[in-house]
Design a protein around this ligand. Sequence first.
Ligand SMILES: [Zn+2]
Ligand SMILES: [Zn+2]
Length: 286
Amino acid sequence: MEHVSNALFVAIHASVMLVFVVPFSWKVVALAFGGYGLRMWAITAGYHRYFAHRSYKTSRAWQLVLALVGTTAMQNGPIWWASVHRRHHKYADGPTDPHSPVQRGFWYSHIGWIFDRTIPAPRDESTVQDLMVYPELRWVDRHEWVPLVAYAFACFAIGGVPGLVWGFAVSSVAVLHATMLINSLAHLWGSRRYETRDQSRNNAFLAVLTFGEGWHNNHHFYMSSARQGFFWWELDFTYYTLKVLSWLGVIWDVRVPPRSVLGHSAPGLARHPTLRRGSRASALPR
Ligand SMILES: [Zn+2]
Ligand SMILES: [Zn+2]
């Protein structure tokens, strides 16, 4: 969040307290939930599974829609996000991971890293060349405040000042912390199906909260899959919506884990040479 100033970041947290001041209505609570659903979905289906991992294909128009909606979540532009996230996977829980609770503790991995100016510029353009080729994405990345302000105006238009407090402040802070729990808690709390070199965990609570991102150990083991809940009992709301979008022809080439990944859950799997090669290489940006 290099572009979001620290003051704005603190201000939006403080303005959550205004829920005790502004007139209450169920309409603005619904707006907060709706804003949470739309933007959490855009982060997981768009920023994470599409821009960072390219786990499915889509048209240039739909790619732009994902970028614009994702940017309303106050987490910078898609290229910045993908760059930081690819670095997280490359160095997961190592000294150069931008947000590792194993290296720097829970609070640093959750929120401290955003304010840390001692780490080198988190955006490494060499890792996001596949996204940099699109001028419209570079524009969104540079002007990430435009969709954010437009979203705030929409909240105001729908619900006035209470709409702004619930639909923008409360909802944005909730999306932000739910997303950041994947950086912090999903590397600390939960079970490990795969013996990955990082400390990623599978956590059902986080999976519900983040529409499927809580299956983080699955994801670190096979990051190029658009499906993160590998089995039917691992709820992955984002993947269900991606299935529907693929039926509608909006997206295609949706990648899922191969049988060899699903069939091996014993410790030692991560050392399987073929699987390791496959899961790493396929995740590289094309
Ligand atoms: Zn992780
Ligand atoms: Zn990832």
